[in-house]
Design a protein around this ligand. Structure first.
Ligand SMILES: Cc1cc2nc3c(=O)[nH]c(=O)nc-3n(C[C@H](O)[C@H](O)[C@H](O)COP(=O)(O)OP(=O)(O)OC[C@H]3O[C@@H](n4cnc5c(N)ncnc54)[C@H](O)[C@@H]3O)c2cc1C
Length: 375
């Protein structure tokens, strides 16, 4: 058994940001991550600039990784009709392969401890959190943060409500070599889903799409579905046929749930996708994961240093702060996704936006946050 101040389950963006924040403030933190670094993740890899001031404050500005600088949004509907807009804040394109690894190294350099293992259970006993791992035994701390992503076997073990409902969404992602403007993040509708195309460091093109199972199930594999359905959007057909796959094979995940989730469950403080996932078409999930890492860290520091380890107060305040930061964005994401899924609505929406171009930056603002304050 080992003791520490905070155990963070999952070393993705939310987990590592929070781990770096808390170690910077002098707490002893253990991150338990089941996968090895570096590894690829299914993600559009466009991050809104709203997180930059906070990343700089944490001394984890990704500039040394030479991310793509992105300032323009391109949209296309099922028929390939396009629309462009300047992004109000802009963002950057960085692979999760490079970024998560970079954050993990900064965490270790700050004196943090990383355990490479899967968490299989968490329980509270005598006001302490007991975190069970598959191979390394039990870790104990006053607080545990759940930052283990969208859906994990741990959610099933903990019997969280959202795992009872099956989700029809699956996603496919791969990196390509080819020609795509480095300053552009683009979103393309096709029957049953939508696809993001943008570049990351080294001019690599990331193509990542979310698709409803009903659209996918008639086809035997990703390749056939891509040719029969995704190519239905002429823009996507052109990009995909003119680019060369770099990955050995495309990554795919299923059961992507956008259901409401508990922000605190069995006294575990949930952060990032573990607390709630915004529809990827908003391009704000990573910024939200980083922001939630900040919110949970601030609350944890208050618990240790301001309100004398009052767990009830910590949990109530954390839920309040999380809802205040993200509820509106998540609602807007659900509305936009519903419109985008409906072919006719999507076409009408594109027509409306073409007639009233000032609407698009307003919609983008509603799905994004303001630049984060430091600390
Ligand atoms: C198709 C798609 C496209 C997207 N595109 C974008 C985009 O372009 N821009 C954007 O901002 N957002 C995008 N997102 C959202 C974004 O990917 C997520 O919001 C973000 O990755 C959340 O980070 P996280 O730290 O919460 O979780 P993750 O990055 O998933 O990290 C969770 C970590 O926990 C680990 N873990 C899981 N279970 C256990 C366990 N039992 N024990 C130990 N470790 C465990 C995992 O290995 C993982 O490393 C997209 C999402 C999807 C599905």
């Amino acid at each position: 058994m080992s003791t520490t101040d905070v155990i963070i389950i999952g070393g993705g963006l939310a987990g590592l940001t929070s781990a770096i924040h808390l170690t910077k403030a002098g707490l002893k933190v253990i991150v338990i991550e089941k996968s090895r670094y570096p590894s690829h993740k299914v993600c559009g890899e466009y991050i809104s600039n709203e997180v930059l001031p906070y990343l700089q404050w944490l001394n984890i500005d990704p500039a040394p990784l030479q991310p793509a600088s992105i300032s323009r949004l391109l949209l296309s509907d099922h028929q390939g009709k396009t629309l462009t807009a300047q992004l109000p804040l802009g963002g950057f394109g960085i692979s999760r392969y490079a970024f998560d690894h970079f954050l993990m190294e900064r965490f270790l350099a700050q004196g943090g401890e990383l355990i490479n293992d899967a968490v299989t259970d968490v329980r509270m006993e005598n006001d302490r959190m007991y975190v069970q791992t598959r191979e390394r035994g039990v870790f104990v701390a006053p607080l545990a943060v759940g930052a283990y992503g969208k859906r994990a076997s741990l959610d099933v073990k903990l019997s969280r409500g959202f795992v009872q409902q099956r989700s029809p969404w699956l996603a496919v992602k791969a990196h390509y070599k080819g020609d795509f403007p480095a300053d552009t993040v683009s979103l393309h509708n096709f029957r049953g889903g939508y696809c993001g195309v943008s570049t990351v460091e080294g001019g690599i093109i990331n193509i990542c799409y979310l698709v409803h199972y009903d659209s996918f199930k008639k086809y035997q594999d990703i390749e056939t579905h891509q040719q029969e359905v995704v190519y239905g959007n002429p823009f996507l057909k052109e990009v995909l046929t003119n680019s060369t796959l770099i990955f050995e094979k495309r990554l795919a995940i299923s059961q992507i749930s956008f259901a409401r989730k508990e922000k605190v469950f069995d006294h575990i403080l949930m952060a990032g996708d573990t607390a709630g996932l915004i529809h990827p078409l908003c391009g704000n999930g990573m910024a939200m994961a980083i922001h939630s890492g900040q919110i949970v860290s601030r609350n944890i520091l208050d618990y240790f240093f301001t309100y004398k380890k009052d767990r009830r107060r910590l949990e109530t305040t954390y839920i309040h702060d999380w809802e205040k930061a993200f509820s509106r964005r998540l609602r807007m994401g659900r509305v936009l996704s519903a419109c985008f899924q409906h072919e006719q609505l999507a076409v009408s929406m594109m027509k409306g936006l073409t007639c009233f171009p000032r609407l698009l930056p307003k919609i983008i603002k509603m799905t994004h946050g303001k630049p984060l304050t430091c600390g």
